[in-house]
Design a protein around this ligand. Structure first.
Ligand SMILES: Cc1cc2nc3c(=O)[nH]c(=O)nc-3n(C[C@H](O)[C@H](O)[C@H](O)COP(=O)(O)O)c2cc1C
Length: 311
C-alpha cells in the first residue's frame, strides 16, 4: 500500500516535470498539429509510422531485457533435465533443480591430463562459451578433427552419479557435425568407462524424421549395453560406415542397417538412422572423437572404477 502511494507520487512528480519541459511542450504541439492533418497527408503517415516503430522498439527491448533472467533459468533447467534423463533419473513431475542437486555431481576435467580442475567454479563454467575463447580453447589439428568442430575447450564439464560414495554413472558431453548442424549431446557410461548406459542429443537441427531421429527413444534404447573401446582388434564393419579400430581404441559406431547381435563385434555397433547416412556418420565420428585421446580417454583411464579395460 505504502509502495503504491510512493510510486504514485513519483509518477505524479515525473509527469509534472515532463509537463514543464520545453521539449515536451514542443512535441505536444507538433503531435497536435500532425493529428489535425488529413489522413491522406504524407507527413501524418510518416509521423504515425515512426511513432509506432519507436513504441514497438521500446516494448521489444523491454521484453528482451525483462525476460533474459527467465530465459537463462529455463535453459539451465532444461540442461539439468537432459542430464537427469541420460542418467535414467528423470521422474515425471519431479522438481528438476532439487533432483539435480541431490543426485548429480558436476566436475571440471582437464582433457589433456584427465585430472579434475578444482580452481574453477563448476557452476559458473560454460564449456560452449570456453570453446569460443582462444585463451580457454585449443585448435584441433585437421587430421584429428573427425567431429568437424575445429576447436575444443581445454576443460570439459562432466557429471557423476554416485551411490554411497561409489560412482554409478559417468556422464560425458559430446558434440560434432552431422549433415546440417552441430549435434550436442551426452553419453552416460557405467563405472567401467566402457559400457554405455544411454545417449541423449539435446541440441541439433537435423531433418525431423531423418537425421532428427537421433532423439527417437526407440533408437536411443539401442545404445544401452554397447561397448566403447575395442577389447580386441576390430576390422571394418561388414556394412559399416566406419573403419577398423585397434585394441584399446574407440570402436563404437553406427552401421548401415540393423545390427546382427549374434555377430562378433556387434557389441560396438548401433543401427544407423534410415535414410540419414550422413547424420549417422556424424554421430559415429563425434562419439569416437570424444572417446579418443583427444577427448575423454585420459579421464576415463583415471576415473573408471573397474580396471582392465584398455583405452
Ligand atoms: C530435404 C532433405 C533432408 C535430408 N536430411 C537429412 C538428414 O538430416 N540427415 C541425413 O543424413 N541425410 C539427410 N538427407 C539425405 C541425404 O542427402 C543423403 O541422401 C542421405 O544421408 C543418404 O543416406 P542413405 O544412404 O541412408 O539413403 C536429406 C535429404 C533431403 C532431400
Amino acid at each position: 500500500m505504502l509502495d503504491k502511494k510512493v510510486s504514485g507520487k513519483h509518477l505524479e512528480g515525473f509527469f509534472a516535470k515532463l509537463d514543464k519541459s520545453e521539449h515536451y511542450q514542443k512535441f505536444k504541439a507538433y503531435a497536435k498539429k500532425v493529428l489535425a492533418l488529413g489522413n491522406d497527408s504524407l507527413e501524418k503517415t510518416i509521423a504515425i509510422a515512426v511513432s509506432l516503430c519507436l513504441v514497438c522498439a521500446v516494448l521489444v527491448s523491454f521484453a528482451a531485457v525483462a525476460l533474459k533472467p527467465l530465459q537463462v533459468n529455463n535453459k539451465e533447467e532444461d540442461m539439468k533435465k537432459n542430464i537427469l534423463d541420460v542418467a535414467g533419473l528423470l521422474e515425471e513431475g519431479a522438481d528438476i533443480n532439487a533432483a539435480f542437486a541431490e543426485k548429480i555431481e558436476p566436475k571440471i576435467v582437464d582433457l589433456a591430463t584427465g585430472d579434475y580442475v578444482e580452481n574453477i567454479d563448476v557452476n559458473e563454467y560454460d564449456q560452449r562459451k570456453a570453446a569460443k575463447d582462444p585463451a580457454q580453447s585449443v585448435a584441433i589439428p585437421k587430421e584429428k578433427d573427425i567431429a568437424h568442430i575445429r576447436v575444443k575447450a581445454k576443460y570439459a564439464k562432466v557429471f557423476l552419479v554416485k551411490e554411497g560414495g561409489a560412482i554409478k554413472s559417468i556422464i560425458l558431453p559430446m558434440h560434432g557435425y552431422g549433415l546440417w548442424s552441430t549435434l550436442y549431446g551426452f553419453l552416460s557410461l557405467d563405472p567401467d568407462g566402457q559400457t554405455v548406459q544411454s545417449i541423449n542429443f539435446y541440441d541439433q537441427a537435423e531433418t525431423p524424421g531423418l537425421g532428427g531421429e537421433v532423439v527417437n527413444p526407440n533408437w536411443r534404447a539401442l545404445w544401452k549395453g554397447k561397448k566403447v573401446y575395442a577389447e580386441t582388434d576390430q576390422p571394418s564393419a561388414e556394412k559399416g560406415l566406419i573403419t577398423e579400430a585397434d585394441i584399446g581404441e574407440p570402436a563404437l559406431s553406427l552401421i548401415k542397417g540393423a545390427v546382427d547381435n549374434t555377430k562378433p563385434g556387434s557389441q560396438y555397433q548401433v543401427d544407423g538412422l534410415a535414410g540419414a547416412t550422413l547424420t549417422s556418420t556424424g554421430v559415429s565420428n563425434l562419439v569416437r572423437y570424444w572417446m579418443s585421446n583427444e577427448g575423454f580417454a585420459p579421464y576415463l583411464k583415471k576415473v573408471r572404477t573397474v580396471k582392465g579395460v584398455k583405452s
